[in-house]
Design a protein around this ligand. Sequence first.
Ligand code: 5GP
Length: 192
Amino acid sequence: MNFLETKILSDGIIKQGDILKIDNFLNHQIDIRIIRQIAQELKQRFHDVAVDKILTIEASGIAIATMLDHLYDVPVVFAKKSETANSTDNKFVSQAYSFTHKQLNSVFVSKPYLNPSERVLIVDDFLADGQAVHALIDIVHQAGGEVVGIGIAVEKGQQKGGRLLREEGYRLESIAIIEEMDWEKQTIRFRE
Ligand code: 5GP
């Protein structure tokens, strides 16, 4: 079991509806030692990949992205979310249905922050159905950039996002992959 799986087992709380809460080290309170380990692990897994920019989505992805940036020394950009479809003036806009908030969000990045031909590493805290990551991929492609990798802290393998992204040919690295979670027993099984 790796450091993140161990931390999830000790501190994670499973909520009804297939939600894992890790608020005490990633999604509310931030344990910077764990974030540092996540960043180091992702850097190691993508050691052979040239990266011009790191792209994430607000809010919790930002902590991982900024720590990873410390290792890459490239700009970090985070996509912003909004409930309303904002004007597309000078923005790349996509849509993502939020699994946790049960609503459709517009996701956008201002055009000056993504450029054609840039090699973009996407990072996020959770991967569930893949809505957020697909919106980020769409935005990178609108900008004319290339997605060189997707780095995730926690993949919920019981949901379809990881399978879809791998089938689409993306290089996806998830540090902890959950195979199943049982809310009543509060048990989690990770992929080997
Ligand atoms: P997806 O877009 O892949 O369906 O869901 C990923 C996004 O939803 C992540 O950015 C994360 O914020 C949120 N999310 C999905 N499942 C969970 C979960 O079990 N726990 C937490 N804390 N966030 C989740």
